[in-house]
Design a protein around this ligand. Structure first.
Ligand SMILES: Cc1cc2nc3c(=O)[nH]c(=O)nc-3n(C[C@H](O)[C@@H](O)[C@H](O)COP(=O)(O)OP(=O)(O)OC[C@H]3O[C@@H](n4cnc5c(N)ncnc54)[C@H](O)[C@@H]3O)c2cc1C
Length: 436
């Protein structure tokens, strides 16, 4: 019996692609697995991985297929393992504000399920309405504007049930908010891009859904007044759910403050009096700086937040990048980029999330100019003591613009962790680094 036939018998459903058909409507998949497996239980995943590791068959886990372009390209794999059939809500205890979910459930569906009890799973990644799943979200550790207040999945995950490359089912963490003595291993899974384990179930802490919400859009004539206002907001006694700075391009493109040199987007969610008080404070501390000040309700601001959430994906850009910087540098980064001569031959769009110290940059232009821009951004991140990651790099440029910057001393540790979890590199480690 061939390996493909044996693997197919271990799961409830499978698909053997015919020539030229990956079985997935995902052009970015980048490789043709011999078989796509759709397990329905953790035990089925375990059987597949146990067999695959004995035979040295490489397995690629995926789910929504919305972010397969992230990280380095994957080499040949024997089987792709779709989590789509593991999409059940397993546990939700509203009084403990904790829920356990199977990793193939779509993030939006999970949010709707806990929302029925007036609770919130506060992560808003790009692709939220295109089928991004809980497992994909945790393994990429992606987030959106709400990360200003709630952080990312790494901060919200309490426990995971996962399957190691050798087929062993492991339970990490727990179902209560304070459960950690020593290493907090579930957090290691956040951002591991499917290279350590297949995530089958995850337990998250939840938050109460807020009753009242208002958005502010502040437009600025120049970058100096924008930076001053951003600094004052960061230092003030206010707790925005979202806080973004847009450059001139994005201010117009998102129809936030067309014509403004910069704009600041803020959202406050709480009970009504608290929101009104915070808006008053922001208006007072920034009053000498802004050129326009607009207040919007939830409905009117929806499109704006959808645009901010989806940036920088999907894009026809040459590449996107994410810079992680000291907070003050993340305010000034828009000006640093504008005044950088190496970035003058390309179109740059930039959004900064200053409370997180994160800037998202998308670059479009000719191939040579784009490569030069990527190196220049790398140097800029370095000079500011930050880090940079590239994603959505145009296919022709992938050899010249690698997904990750220099990991430095962390590389040794990362490789050791990978070897402990998966010595045979059954789960493609090259998404993050070469497995030498
Ligand atoms: C460099 C980089 C930048 C990013 N930038 C942002 C950003 O700015 N904002 C943002 O919100 N998000 C960002 N993301 C992440 C992305 O938005 C995810 O949030 C999204 O949820 C992917 O879900 P999906 O189900 O479509 O996953 P897929 O596209 O199906 O899979 C994505 C990855 O997760 C792995 N995976 C999927 N499911 C599992 C599972 N059950 N077990 C193990 N591995 C699994 C896959 O192997 C693959 O490597 C970034 C990620 C990276 C690495």
């Amino acid at each position: 019996m061939s390996h493909v036939t044996e693997l197919s018998k271990m799961v409830s459903a499978s698909h053997v692609p015919v020539s030229g058909d990956t079985g997935l409507d995902v052009p970015e998949f980048g490789f043709s697995p011999e078989v796509i497996l759709y397990p329905e239980t953790v035990e089925e995943i375990s059987r597949v991985l146990g067999f695959a590791s004995q035979k040295g068959i490489r397995v690629f886990p995926f789910a929504g297929g919305t972010k397969l372009f992230l990280g380095n390209p994957v080499g040949a794999v024997g089987a792709a393992l779709s989590l789509k059939r593991l999409g059940r809500l397993l546990f939700h205890e509203p009084s403990d504000m904790v829920s356990t979910v199977e990793c193939g459930m779509e993030v939006r569906e999970f949010q709707n399920a806990v929302g029925r009890e007036n609770q919130l799973f506060p992560v808003d990644p790009p692709g939220l309405d295109s089928g991004a799943t809980v497992g994909g979200l945790l393994s990429t550790n992606l987030c959106g504007p709400m990360s200003t207040r709630y952080g990312t999945c790494r901060e919200l995950v309490l426990g995971v049930r996962a399957v190691r490359a050798d087929g062993e089912i492991i339970n990490l963490g727990g179902k209560v908010v304070k459960n950690v003595a020593g290493y907090d291993i579930p957090k290691l899974m956040a951002g591991s891009l499917g290279t350590l384990c297949v995530l089958a179930e995850a337990t998250f802490r939840l938050y109460p859904r807020q009753q009242f919400s208002r958005t502010l859009v502040l437009g600025f004539d120049n970058h100096v007044s924008c930076s001053r206002a951003a600094g004052a907001i960061l230092a003030a006694d206010v707790v925005p759910t979202c806080f973004e700075i847009l450059d001139e391009e994005l201010s117009s493109e998102f129809a936030a403050a067309p014509g403004a040199k910069r704009s600041i987007l803020l959202r406050f969610d709480s009970f009504e009096e608290a929101v009104i008080e915070q808006i008053k404070q922001v208006s007072e501390i920034t009053s000498g700086d802004f050129a326009s000040f607009i207040e919007m309700d939830n409905q009117d601001s929806q499109e704006l937040w959808d645009s901010a959430r989806e940036f920088p994906f999907p894009s026809g850009a040459s590449f996107s990048s994410k810079l992680t910087l000291p907070v003050t540098a993340s305010i000034e980064i828009l000006s640093d980029i504008e005044s950088n001569p190496a970035l003058s031959g390309v179109t740059v769009r930039c959004l900064s999330r200053p409370a997180r110290g994160v800037a998202l940059v998308s670059v479009s232009g000719g191939d040579e100019e784009a490569v030069r821009a990527a190196h220049s951004l790398e140097n800029l991140a370095d000079s500011l003591e930050g880090r940079i990651m590239f994603s959505g790099v145009r296919r022709e440029l992938r050899e010249r613009i690698k997904a990750w910057g220099d990991f430095g001393e962390a590389l040794f540790l990362m490789k050791n962790i990978k070897r402990r979890f998966d010595p045979g590199n059954i789960l493609p480690g090259e998404k993050i680094f070469d497995a030498d």
